[in-house]
Design a binder for this molecule. Structure first.
Ligand code: PLP
Length: 387
């Protein structure tokens, strides 16, 4: 069998989290106890009323294909929920539902970006961005997110990178791995530049409901002139602890929605029927569950960040959203991967090197606090012992 694979997939590599998880599992098999801070997945169960809506849907035979862009009732509920959050008038034809947020990152990129086009993306950032840019044959152009700039885009560098070849700008707010929210003024600057360069913007807002201290996340979608060139990506995985249900959505101009629907038709067909009913319940049911999880995440964030700041050579900003701490470890004299290896092998604490999110992640680690307070405290104790 000829095992030569295509050039187009040659750059793909596993997400860092899975690599660390594999090593952590090997250590666990040898009898070591490992505390997991590497995976970005809520530890909460999907709230009961949402699970029950999924079960009911299966019992009622909601087990068929649906419209590739999603059930119209779900498109309507998503449009209503986005309109409420952003005070807009999105119409349901602009909503495309998919199995997770990831397809709504991938397919609009495939629909918009030609080989050789340039795509601007955040570094450190979610690894799927670079993977999908390269898969589309485009040129990834990283904008550094620097701690001194609050981990927002460095706008001077950003301005120097936008040119006539720029086709798409990817934003992520609150961001993975930094937890930073892009301020309104920066978004206005980026929006003006996108209009001047006549390019598209993809705004990944999957953590927009997980923000602390009553903060509201501004969205570039609601800025004047931006609806016609913006794809807002969001989903149910993080907000409603529904990672395994696979349910996400994109908001985009109707013409683009039609093209993304074609890509869904010929790849996944449609999103699971009963999953969409669970999503409908998530949006239309009681929202207290989101608030309860948020309160708990905030408590964990505070313990995690205080604990990290008490370690010598480590300093950690308070993340505004998502569930990741992104401490600066330069003062330890260790590189990100040396620190991640050391903490796993010696302290039994699995976490990710900042470099799993791009080269500007050097000098940082990412710890997910989507785990119990007890685990967080045990993990911090183990780290203290190594220090
Ligand atoms: N976008 C960001 C920034 C993420 O961190 C993740 C998941 O980790 C996703 C998108 C993918 O979410 P989904 O599970 O809905 O595909």
């Amino acid at each position: 069998m000829n095992a030569d694979f295509t050039e187009r997939i040659s750059h793909l590599k596993p997400e860092g989290a899975y690599q660390v998880l594999t090593r952590a599992s090997q250590l666990e098999k040898q009898g070591r106890e490992i505390i997991h801070f590497e995976i970005g997945q809520p530890d909460f169960e999907t709230p009961e009323h949402i699970r029950m809506a999924g079960v009911r849907a299966i019992q009622e035979g909601k087990t068929r294909y649906t419209n590739p862009a999603g059930m119209s009732s779900l498109q309507e509920a998503i449009a209503a929920s986005v309109n409420l959050r952003l005070d807009m008038e999105i119409n349901p034809q602009q909503v495309v539902v998919g199995p997770g947020a990831k397809p709504l990152l991938f397919f609009p990129t495939l629909a918009l970006v030609e080989a050789g086009d340039e795509v601007i993306y955040p570094d450190p950032g979610f690894p799927t961005y670079e993977a999908m840019i390269r898969l589309a044959g485009a040129v990834p152009v990283a904008v550094p997110l620097l701690e001194e700039g609050g981990f927002s885009f460095n706008l001077t560098v950003f301005d120097s990178l936008v040119n006539s070849r720029t086709r798409l700008i990817i934003l992520n707010s609150p961001g993975n791995p930094t937890g930073a929210v892009i301020p309104q003024a920066d978004l206005e600057h980026i929006a003006a530049k996108a209009q001047e360069a006549d390019c598209w913007v993809m705004s990944d807002e999957i953590y927009a409901h997980l923000v602390y201290d009553q903060m509201k996340v501004p969205s570039i979608l609601s800025m004047p002139g931006m609806q016609q060139r913006t794809i807002l990506v969001d989903g149910f995985s993080k907000t409603y602890a529904m990672t395994g249900w696979r349910l996400g959505f994109g908001i985009m101009p109707v013409e683009l929605a039609g093209k993304v629907e074609l890509l869904l038709t010929h790849s996944v067909g449609s999103t699971a029927h009963f999953t969409q009913f669970a999503g409908l319940e998530a949006l239309q049911g009681d929202q207290a569950c989101v608030q309860e999880m948020l309160v708990e995440y905030q408590r964990r964030r505070d313990v995690m960040v205080d604990g990290l700041n008490s370690l010598p050579g480590v300093s950690c900003r308070l993340p505004q959203g998502a569930f990741y701490a992104f401490p600066n470890i330069r003062g330890t004299g260790l590189s990100s991967s040396q620190a991640a290896d050391l903490f796993l092998e010696k302290a039994g604490v699995a976490l990710l090197p900042g470099t799993a999110f791009g080269k500007n992640g050097e000098g940082y680690l990412r710890l997910s606090y989507a785990t119990s307070l007890e685990n967080i405290e045990r993990g911090l104790d183990a780290l203290r012992r190594v220090f």
